[in-house]
Write a protein that binds this ligand. Structure first.
Ligand SMILES: Nc1nc2c(ncn2[C@@H]2O[C@H](COP(=O)(O)OP(=O)(O)OP(=O)(O)O)[C@@H](O)[C@H]2O)c(=O)[nH]1
Ligand SMILES: [Zn+2]
Length: 205
């Protein structure tokens, strides 16, 4: 998926934190290499701080994308279709905000249009943007729903995420193979249990 290339924001939203230079970021990686017991000057690691910073630009590129811009193109014409649109199994990679360790999962997004539909790829782009930021799975679920509610203004939204948190399997409790489900429902999906059940049935959940 090609990214909308923009500079990283100089400051996180609502914060006074000043973004360090690239050289400072690379020096921080070098410090961590020394901290784990490595020699950053050995041949194989010489370029590693540069590579890590470059990889971070991509892995955390979600800070450079505006969800509203990505969702900008909404089709006003529904051409006779006014029922549920469900995009399931949108694979995503993210990092938890507690350990910055990968979270690997799938998102399922359903909405009931109200005269406006969205290009299907835009939903996957939205999941990708929030996945490339640090947050909890709960927050990511709510962020996807909020962005869609704001832009598409549908009658209802259901967002369900299932993910494996590697901070639970590679470290800490080292519990293998568990997944976490989160779901949020807005509009008719929040008000009408039958509509909510319909989505869960379509997903086989
Ligand atoms: N609710 C929620 N918790 C998360 C998510 N990602 C990671 N965590 C949890 O965040 C918690 C952080 O707990 P702390 O006790 O502060 O940190 P810790 O000592 O590293 O915790 P352990 O993982 O239990 O070793 C852990 O229980 C993680 O499993 C998430 O998306 N949502
Ligand atoms: Zn974690």
């Amino acid at each position: 998926m090609e990214a909308v290339v923009k500079k990283f924001p100089e400051k996180p939203e609502g914060s006074d934190v000043v973004r360090p230079s690239r050289a400072e970021a690379e020096a921080a990686v070098e410090t961590l290499l020394r901290w784990i017991g490595e020699d950053p000057d050995r041949e194989g690691l010489k370029e590693t701080p540069k590579r890590v910073v470059k990889a971070y630009e991509e892995l955390f590129g979600g800070y450079r994308s505006e969800p509203a811009e990505v969702l900008g193109r909404v089709f006003e014409e529904v051409a006779g279709y006014n029922d549920v649109v469900l995009v399931k199994d949108i694979k995503f990679h993210s990092h938890c905000e507690h350990h910055m360790v990968p979270v690997i999962g799938k998102a399922h997004v359903a909405y009931l249009p109200d005269g406006r539909v969205l290009g299907l790829s835009k939903i996957a782009r939205l999941v990708d943007i929030f996945g490339r930021r640090l947050q909890t799975q709960e927050a990511m679920t709510a962020q996807i729903a909020d962005a869609l509610m704001k832009t598409v203004k549908p009658r209802g939204i259901a967002v369900i995420l299932e993910a494996e948190h590697l901070c639970m399997s590679m470290r800490g409790i080292r519990s293998q193979g568990s997944s976490t489900f989160t779901g949020t429902y807005r509009g008719v999906f929040a008000d009408d249990a039958a509509q909510q059940d319909r989505i869960l049935r379509l997903l086989g959940l």
